[in-house]
Design a protein around this ligand. Structure first.
Ligand code: GDP
Length: 294
């Protein structure tokens, strides 16, 4: 994950090695390299520019301590700024509803169904009585996929394979949840390969009807700037509460993780790095920044 970015940042800092102090010239060169590394990692140009302008300003404004080399100083500043860029601190999902409905949105293939299973497992481990609801009515395999996951993690799955009305399924699921004392309801919805009006209308209506405590947007981190643009489109329509970044185990460049928060102004709440049900982590901006910096 982010291998290229890490290597390039490391190289930028190494060029400062042997320099006795921070000067306008050596900072300018390093900052330029950092900006190029970020843009190569598919970070939005404006975000990369703003970030590196701040880094430069901070570096030049520091009183140089004898004990800290310019390289160490720059590394510290970059770490802090990357952490800020990704939201500063981790943010929990809202589970204060009664019942707690968690609506899962995103494009087809982003990892919604897999994440729904993982989240169910995660919340079940907190002794919550969880119900998974299959509202992906266009992809019959999605219902089976959710049922298989449900069996694996021993969580109930509500599905109506013959029903093609997602709204009705969702309403029936809420009734079932009430009758069966299920307090945490995770609703997996239909995605398309690209944003389309029918999908957006459907998820908007589901949100209105279900009044979820938490609406999450799931996105494949491998898609870089596309991920950011899709997040923006979904957020404009859904005003979601948080982002789930998937497939961080792949050859992802880092752009989505670094840019989404700034562009969409919604926190990344979970990251997933693998297909297995235990491959789910709460997102910690500082840990991610440290990983990027190696
Ligand atoms: P959906 O269409 O949004 O419901 O997406 P799925 O949950 O069906 O996931 C699409 C594919 O991505 C499946 O083959 C999943 O196993 C895979 N997948 C989901 N999350 C991850 C992840 O974090 N890492 C990897 N490598 N694969 C994932």
């Amino acid at each position: 994950m982010f291998d290229n970015l890490s290597v390039k940042l490391d190289k930028a800092f190494k060029n400062l090695k042997g320099q006795g102090r921070i000067t306008e010239i050596n900072v300018a060169t390093t900052v330029k390299e950092i900006r190029r590394a970020l843009i190569d990692a598919d970070v939005n140009f404006k975000v990369a520019k703003d970030l590196t302008d701040t880094i430069k300003e901070k570096a030049l404004g520091q009183d140089v301590l004898i004990a800290v080399s310019p390289g160490q100083l720059l590394t510290k500043i970059v770490s802090e700024e990357l952490t800020n860029l990704m939201g500063g601190k981790s943010e929990d999902i809202n589970l204060k509803g009664d019942p707690n409905v968690i609506l899962i949105s995103g494009l087809q293939g982003s990892g919604k169904t897999t994440f729904s299973g993982k989240l169910a497992r995660h919340l079940k481990a907190q002794n919550r009585n969880v119900l998974l609801v299959a509202c992906d009515i266009y992809r019959p395999a999605a219902i089976d996929q959710l049922k298989v996951l449900g069996e694996q993690i021993e969580v109930d799955v509500y599905a109506e394979p013959e029903n093609k009305d997602a709204l009705k399924i969702a309403k029936n699921a809420l009734k079932y949840a009430k009758e069966n004392n299920k307090k945490t309801i995770i609703v997996d919805t239909a995605g398309r390969l690209a944003v389309d009006e029918q999908m957006m209308n459907e998820i908007e209506r589901l949100k209105k009807e279900l009044n979820p405590a938490e609406t999450l947007f799931v996105v494949d981190s491998m898609t870089g700037q596309d991920a950011v643009n899709t997040a923006k489109t979904f957020n404009d329509r859904l005003n979601f509460d948080g982002v789930v970044l998937t497939k961080l185990d792949g050859d992802t460049r880092g752009g989505a993780a670094l840019t989404i928060r700034k562009v969409v102004d919604k926190p990344i709440k979970f990251i997933s790095a693998g297909e297995k049900m235990d491959a789910l982590d709460i997102f910690h901006p500082d840990r991610m920044a440290n990983r990027i910096l190696g």
